[in-house]
Design a protein around this ligand. Structure first.
Ligand SMILES: *Cc1c(COP(=O)(O)O)cnc(C)c1O
Length: 364
């Protein structure tokens, strides 16, 4: 018999699979109960807005047709909303897809990607799956240490991944430090600034890097419709970059990588400012509720500007995670990130946040 693991590329054999949040349906089957609360994948607890839902329903009638492989309407909407040229945009099946496209176009054996300890788990997967080498910079207080990252950039480095804010830590970089870093990086190294949670950030010293893409040809900014726009299940995200970079990313992508329903929903969601504002406001309240609850219980947490927060349960978190599951609450263990005593909790509706706090009381 053949060993089909041994036959795979070394780059595939060396991968550690991404561990997604446990699906509600799976825990329902295991517990035989239905009132499960999932605060595990940084999803928007409000769900999509009415305009996006209506657009999805209308789009269903067209799904016998292939989607527009160039994504013209969605690119138009993105270009209009963010003031960028169409030829700078690359659409992805989620922004995860765009991160993979960057790896496929710019990384491979003999090349290196730099990112931080505790950075988003997709960066090592994207890097290793194309046979490139990951250079991981030590974090400071769970946040990205840009000087340490800069020091790891060498002649074989082609990509730096920065999540701002970062998942799972919720830490963020100030405008001036990020800008100075990008200006300092050699132009043959792409700086990928992943802004999956930008819509939630409410800090005066924070700035999106989107306004700088015209200035720095090696800057790539990624955004997603999965988080604040509440379309995680549809899978749609995008990158804004130099047109030459976008050209390369568009060459390696599948011709129809973003589906028709997803594009229709994203076009409708992008202009639904009131739904975005409601989502951000709900998140602020929920963050205050949860962090106050943690503090009351004497639990530390990493200050977060995202729609999630890492709580320090001051003991191995894996058994706490399991016990919370038995209470019907799904959170996210982050031991695989090297954070064995933390759990990442997504901000939910007020009643869901309260359920988590009550379940913590039962468990701890
Ligand atoms: C959730 C997340 C993404 C987005 O993933 P999608 O593929 O767009 O759903 C990207 N980066 C970070 C840091 C995230 O947490």
């Amino acid at each position: 018999m053949c060993d089909y693991r041994a036959l795979a590329m070394a780059s595939a054999r060396g991968l550690t699979p991404y561990q997604p949040g446990k699906p509600i349906s799976e825990l329902e089957r295991e517990l035989g109960q239905s009132d499960i609360v999932k605060l595990a994948s940084n999803e928007n607890p409000l769900g999509p807005g009415a305009a996006a839902l209506a657009a999805m329903r209308d789009a269903l009638a067209e799904v016998a047709l292939y989607p527009d492989g160039n994504g013209f309407e969605l690119k138009q909407a993105i270009a209009r909303k963010f003031g960028v040229e169409l030829n700078r945009i690359t659409l992805g099946n989620g922004s995860n897809d765009v991160l993979d496209l960057i790896a496929r176009a710019y990384l491979g054996p003999g090349r290196e990607a730099v990112f931080s300890e505790y950075a988003f788990a997709v960066y090592p997967i994207a890097t290793q799956s194309v046979g490139a080498t990951a250079k991981v910079a030590r974090a400071v207080d769970y946040g990205h240490d840009l000087a340490a990252m800069r020091a790891l950039i060498g002649e074989h480095t082609r990509v730096v991944f920065i999540a701002n804010p970062n998942n799972p830590t919720g830490t963020w970089l100030k405008r001036d430090e990020l800008r100075a870093f990008i200006a300092d990086v050699p132009r043959e190294v792409l700086v990928v600034v992943d802004e999956a949670y930008v819509e939630y950030v409410d800090e005066v010293e924070y700035a999106s890097a989107l306004d700088w893409v015209g200035e720095f040809p090696n800057l790539v900014v990624t955004r997603t419709f999965s988080k604040a726009y509440a379309l995680a299940g549809l899978r749609v995200g995008f990158a804004v970059s130099d047109p030459a970079v976008a050209d390369m990313l568009n060459r390696v992508r599948q011709p129809f990588n973003v589906n028709l329903v997803a594009m229709a929903a994203a076009v409708a969601a992008i202009d639904d400012e009131s739904h975005l504002a409601r989502s951000a406001a709900l998140n602020r309240e929920g963050m205050a509720q949860l962090t106050a609850g943690f503090a009351e219980r004497g639990l530390g947490f990493i200050p977060s500007v995202g729609n999630f927060v890492c709580v320090d349960v001051a003991r191995p978190a894996a058994p706490v995670f399991d016990a919370l599951l038995r209470e019907g609450v799904i959170v996210r263990p982050v031991g695989a990130y090297g954070m064995p005593n933390h759990l990442r909790v997504s901000i939910g509706l007020p009643a869901q946040n309260a359920r988590l706090l009550t379940a913590l009381d039962m468990v701890l």
